[in-house]
Design a protein. Structure first.
Length: 162
């Protein structure tokens, strides 16, 4: 995994901490499949770049989390927010899911129109957290871009070789 300008480091994809740090492309495609199969037509498909790419997009305006909590994209936003919610609770700020408002959400998956390879993925969302008669605003943006050709050598870790 590579974060920012730091060097690459080995991580286990099974580590629960990695769930919110690494984007599994197969899982992203599976999520968009679930969005498309859900009632309500959650996914909008648009050709871009003169037909060179296809964007799959899910959006939501501001609404109570309780009204959309069964939608797969709302569950994903809630899962991504949970580490922050836990930090807020430890700091004495009550975070009650029933009172949260999703201030907005946009998730975009960009595919190459010919190969269907993932070129990019973006998840932007926010929550309004009631506190002392006002709302605290939380916003998060997660962006992944896939580009270029990897010319390095890919090897199994030493402990998996026979």
């Amino acid at each position: 995994m590579k974060e920012g300008t730091a060097d690459w480091k080995a991580v286990s994809p099974a580590d629960p901490e990695m769930r919110n740090k690494a984007d599994d492309p197969i899982a992203v495609i599976h999520e968009f499949r679930m969005y498309a199969q859900a009632a309500g037509g959650d996914v909008k498909v648009t050709e871009k770049d003169g037909g060179g790419t296809v964007e799959l997009r899910v959006t939501s305006d501001e609404q109570k989390l309780s009204a959309v909590q069964q939608r797969a994209w709302a569950k994903k936003a809630k899962r991504e927010f949970e580490p922050t919610a836990e930090q807020l609770r430890k700091a004495g700020i009550p975070v009650d899911d029933a009172r949260l408002t999703l201030s907005g959400l946009e998730e975009v998956l960009v595919l190459d129109a010919k190969t269907y390879r993932i070129k990019g993925h973006r998840l932007d969302f926010g929550f309004l957290i009631p506190y002392n008669g006002q709302d605290m605003a939380f916003e998060q943006q997660v962006t992944t871009e896939n580009q270029g050709v990897y010319d390095g050598r890919i090897e199994l870790p030493a402990d998996l070789r026979r």
